[in-house]
Ligand binder design. Structure first.
Ligand SMILES: Cc1ncc(COP(=O)(O)O)c(C=O)c1O
Length: 459
């Protein structure tokens, strides 16, 4: 964007003359406002190249990363592509404003516009999830979670949650995390045979331990959660029911999965996974918790909210309210199911037998005697990103486990459908089968490059 003097320096009359000559050849140009504005900015104000002029080293690194994202297949769970509109909103003068506290009661002056932006983000989020209270200020999920736990729990209180090695997330349940240090953790597990959460066991553990909080959540699990059953278990022991829907928020917004907000006391989510929004988080709850959650976020855990990102969230919420987002979310699950069934045809064992969401957990060790780490490296050489993971009751170690985790939201943002997903499944099979053959892996990389060229993300 640049300061005023930078913009004047970049203005060129010769460019202006060529611009108007060019316009004569493209009458439809007049009707496409968005393209017109972008092209005017690029031609006259070197809009995109400002960083290149002032910090070439950094600009080149960003360009390098852009090329990587354009040219590889992204199957790492949690990574997706935010739209250009969202990135444009992140990149605004709103970053200049301090606006601690909440709408109507900020500490500093001149908050009218900021209040309207934050209000817009909240009202759009409410339209999606229907929560009575929504806090859009958390800087990411981890501080959002810290705020909720500090408010709800006292040190030593018991929490019942999905065990880390069964599909939980490192941000909970790792001995180095504050949650492990401050609270008593009671893990629940998957059924050994079905590899689906054993709700009878959740109930038994709840009745036996009387936890203060039950957390329904996952980071590596491919079945729907039974919200109704979680609610009734929480009610039977007077526990608070919290859901972390970081992984499935987009599928809920796209009406593919059931919304847990009516069942839960508190719902938290990141905003950059299936939602493909800016890297951020929100907290939702019943109205009665508003005061406590608001205070826990600010000033207990964090100070000035990042209003430029809140503005980007408002853009993102609008995108999620569009009919296309429902088409996208449905396609995410269809692609995951196509990938799962294709991999099964190649004799891969799918953990839990199937997927009803966007995740596929593949037991590569059982299938091909290749470890999760070896599979991850082979796929990276073929320009497919994924991550190794423990399977429930995995006999192997966390840093070299038995399975890999795949997800389909990013390839669906590129608009991959059945045909492309079948090609990806074939390449995964070839790469893992030939994980020690550099020549074959190189050939597979070229196939991936060709495929990506046909489905660009930002170009
Ligand atoms: C279920 C779940 N919750 C929380 C997080 C952490 O979110 P953040 O990186 O915003 O702290 C993750 C990250 O992948 C996750 O999978």
């Amino acid at each position: 964007m640049g300061t005023k003097s930078e913009r004047e320096r970049n203005f060129s009359w010769i460019k202006l003359i060529f611009f108007f000559i060019g316009l004569g050849f493209y009458p439809s140009f007049f009707y496409c406002k968005k393209i017109k504005i972008r092209i005017i900015k690029i031609i006259f104000f070197n809009y995109k190249t400002m960083l290149k002029q002032n910090d070439l080293l950094l600009a080149n690194l960003i360009e390098e990363e852009l090329q990587r994202q354009e040219n590889e297949i992204e199957l790492i769970a949690s990574e997706n592509y935010a739209s250009q509109d969202i990135m444009e909103a992140c990149w605004t003068i709103l970053t200049n404003k301090y606006s601690e506290w909440y709408i109507g009661k900020r500490y500093y002056a001149w908050q009218e516009v900021i209040d309207k932006i934050e209000g817009l983000a909240i009202s759009r989020a409410r339209e999606i999830f229907g929560a009575e209270y929504i806090n859009v200020q958390p800087l990411s999920w981890s501080p959002a979670n810290l705020a909720v736990f500090l408010w709800v729990l006292k040190p030593g209180d018991k929490i019942l949650w999905l065990s880390l090695d069964q599909g939980g997330h490192l941000s909970h349940g790792h001995p180095m995390n504050f949650s492990w240090i401050l609270y008593e953790i009671i893990p629940y597990f998957l059924d050994k045979k079905t590899e689906i959460i054993d709700m009878d066991e959740v109930e038994r553990l709840a009745l036996e331990n009387k936890p203060k909080l039950i957390l329904a959540w996952f980071s590596a699990y491919s079945w729907e959660l039974d919200w109704k059953r979680f609610r009734s278990i929480a009610d039977s022991v007077w526990a608070i029911l919290m859901a972390d829907i970081s992984h499935i928020a987009g599928l809920i917004a796209g009406w593919v999965l059931e919304n847990p907000v009516p069942y839960c006391d508190i719902v938290t989510t990141t905003t950059h996974k299936t939602l493909r929004w800016p890297r951020w988080a929100i907290i939702m709850s019943k109205k009665e918790f508003e005061k406590d959650i608001a205070r826990a976020v600010f000033p207990w855990v964090q100070w000035g909210p990042h209003e430029h990102i809140i503005a980007a969230k408002a853009v993102a919420f609008k995108e999620a309210l569009m009919p296309e987002f429902k088409v996208y979310s449905k396609q995410v699950v269809e692609n995951a199911q196509t990938l799962a069934s294709e991999l099964q045809k190649y004799w891969f064992r799918i953990v839990s037998g199937w997927t009803t969401n966007h995740l596929i957990l593949v037991d590569v060790f059982w299938s091909f005697n290749v470890t999760g780490k070896q599979a991850e490296i082979a796929l990276e050489k073929a320009w497919i990103s994924c991550n190794k993971n423990m399977i429930p009751y995995d006999p192997r170690k966390p840093l070299d486990p038995s399975w890999i985790r795949l997800w389909t939201p990013a390839i669906t943002t590129r608009w991959f459908k059945e045909n492309e997903v079948k090609i990806v499944a074939k390449i995964i099979f070839e790469a893992i089968k030939n994980h020690e053959n550099e020549e074959i892996l190189k050939g597979l990389k070229n196939e991936i490059l060709e495929l990506c060229k046909k489905f660009p993300i930002y170009k």
